[in-house]
Design a protein around this ligand. Structure first.
Ligand code: FE
Length: 291
């Protein structure tokens, strides 16, 4: 199959405010949906508690997950977590927690404000293929200091997963072979990155503005924060900033599984029967199993 060289912008999503957990206000770009348009990505949430009137942050009390991976990236403040496998910890600014739920975990996620009074970050859900949905749960917690920073064409990239310029992100062995990085573009930057043509590519612009998805003719779409940008087919991702305005975005790419999905709350399985089975296990107390 022939792919165009450059990926152009297919869609710009204006994130909607939603309430999740214990009254937590989030900006959601998209959530799990049977049409699965951004396969392998299922959900992208932006949490930002910047207003002192929001006090207290109540977070996400104990809840289950099955069939997915959740990735938490903290910009400011911290997130304290605890789970049914006995793991507990706090991730702070620049840290990442990559949780593979596999067949099942119960966990609690509690955001806390940093010294400036803010708590900001992102949660991404990545699908698991049918063959791995009932696998062992696993965590990969990465501290900021272990995330490589790569300088490239006026960009500073923090590489969480995937490869760039001979460097490799610390999160590995993820089924969707994802690329996950934070990109900070200075003003006047011209950023270009090869990404496998059969991967889904999305970018969450959370600061600044720029031209995205430039093609041979120099076109492209001007996008301002805060926006989720969905890219079309192609081999190269491009972004350009104007002479006076920098931009900061999360860039995600991954191989689609092309399997039917059946989401239900915090579970994403392939069929309605598997969801029924999950709910039954929760009721009869066999959902969480010792490793
Ligand atoms: Fe969770």
């Amino acid at each position: 199959m022939n792919h165009p060289t450059y990926r152009t912008v297919e869609q710009v999503i204006d994130p909607k405010f939603v309430i999740e957990g214990a009254d937590v206000l989030l900006r959601r770009s998209f959530g799990p949906n049977r049409a699965n348009p951004y396969d392998p990505f299922l959900l992208f949430d932006h949490f930002a508690f910047n207003d002192p009137k929001d006090d207290p942050i109540r977070g996400f009390p104990t809840h289950p997950h099955r069939g997915i991976e959740t990735v938490t990236y903290v910009l400011e403040g911290s997130v304290r977590h605890r789970d049914s496998l006995g793991n507990t910890g706090v991730i702070g600014p620049g840290d990442v927690q990559w949780m593979t739920s596999g067949r099942g975990i119960l966990h609690e996620e509690m955001p806390q404000r940093g010294p400036e009074g803010r708590n900001t970050g992102f949660q991404l859900w990545v699908n698991l293929p049918a063959a791995k949905k009932m696998g062992q749960p696993r965590y990969q917690e990465v501290l900021a200091a272990n995330i490589p920073e790569v300088a490239l064409n006026g960009a500073r990239v923090r590489l969480v997963a995937g490869s760039l310029n001979g460097q490799r992100g610390p999160v590995t062995e993820i089924a969707a072979e994802p690329l996950y990085m934070e990109v900070s573009l200075e003003a006047g930057a011209d950023f270009e990155l090869p990404i496998p043509a059969d991967h889904t590519v999305i970018a969450y612009l959370f600061e600044g503005e720029g031209l995205f998805g430039l093609d041979e003719a120099g076109g492209g779409k001007f996008v301002k924060a805060v926006s989720m940008i969905i890219f079309g087919d192609g081999e190269r991702f491009t972004a350009q900033t104007g002479p006076a305005a920098p931009a900061r975005f999360m860039l995600m790419a991954g191989a689609p599984f092309k399997e039917p999905i059946y989401p239900y709350g915090p579970f994403v399985m392939n069929t309605a029967e598997e969801i029924q089975q999950t709910l039954k296990e929760l009721r009869n107390g066999t959902f969480v199993q010792a490793p």
